[in-house]
Design a binder for this molecule. Sequence first.
Ligand code: CP
Ligand code: NVA
Length: 327
Amino acid sequence: MNFKGKNFLKLLDFSKAEIEHMIDKAIEFKKMKKLGMPHKYHEGKNVALIFEKTSTRTRCSFEVACRDLGIGVTYLDPAGSQIGKKESIADTAKVLGRIYDGIEYRGYGQEIVEELGANAGVPVWNGLTNEFHPTQILADFMTIKEKFGTLDGIKLVYMGDTRYNMGNSLMVGCAKLGMHFVACAPKKYFPSKELIETCQEIAKSSGAVLEFIESPEIAAKNADVIYTDVWVSMGEPVDVWKERIDELSPYQVNKKLMSYAKDTAVFMHCLPAFHDLKTAIGKEMGEKFNRVDMEVTDEVFLSKQSIVFDEAENRMHTIKAVIDLTI
Ligand code: CP
Ligand code: NVA
């Protein structure tokens, strides 16, 4: 399996075997890291990390993964470059492609990272766009594999804003790997018709089951994984909060919702999460709308069923695998 020089922009561009290979590679890297085995396989290389939106996990994962692989990094923050303001995406790609051996991009439209990928001449990795968050899905699936020993037959129920980067990407990932994916939300929050059709086509050969259900109780029945994400994503206007709270509150992951799932079910969230009032935005919105939590209760977030911090750790191992395989 040869990934050298290939972009990692969305899971739709990869086969089941390729996705599984990336996850297995990450599991191998995790073992090596725990055993203290050095793996500076790419000494002398350099990568650029472009972040047009903020990040904790993704940025730290790229930086540590690169350091472990012997790769130098340059971090470009949302204000600190000419990208898109004084220099086009294509020109930026061509410039950075001359200097670096790989480029990570986090930002807005998927078309931006696609354009970078088409022009850079070195691998480009998607660190999150509005439409997709593919490195997150590798970490999520690795975590599920660690927990259940397999991805086969896993029923993953995604609660909330299923039409954004996380819902879209989990649907694609489940379709590719032949899993059971359920989007649970009011109809208007389902993924686009085009993406659903694409995934249904993939499911025909992978054996995946894709469902779109409005009732949380029906959707969560027999689930192995209950997954949610914030109701308002980065870059969205602050005035959508009220509508989201009104429409998505019935889809909050709480103890009652978890009780519909299997006893062995786990709770997952890409993070950051609004599960209490200990963040500036959580506090502001909580006070404004008279709530102490949003998409998940503190009780579920901190419960034994919650594997969110394993997921967060696995971001680093999976991102390392992607870099190692493509650079
Ligand atoms: N899950 C995730 O992408 O986290 P960050 O926004 O902190 O990178
Ligand atoms: N949907 C979230 C994911 C954060 C990792 C966002 O785009 O803000």
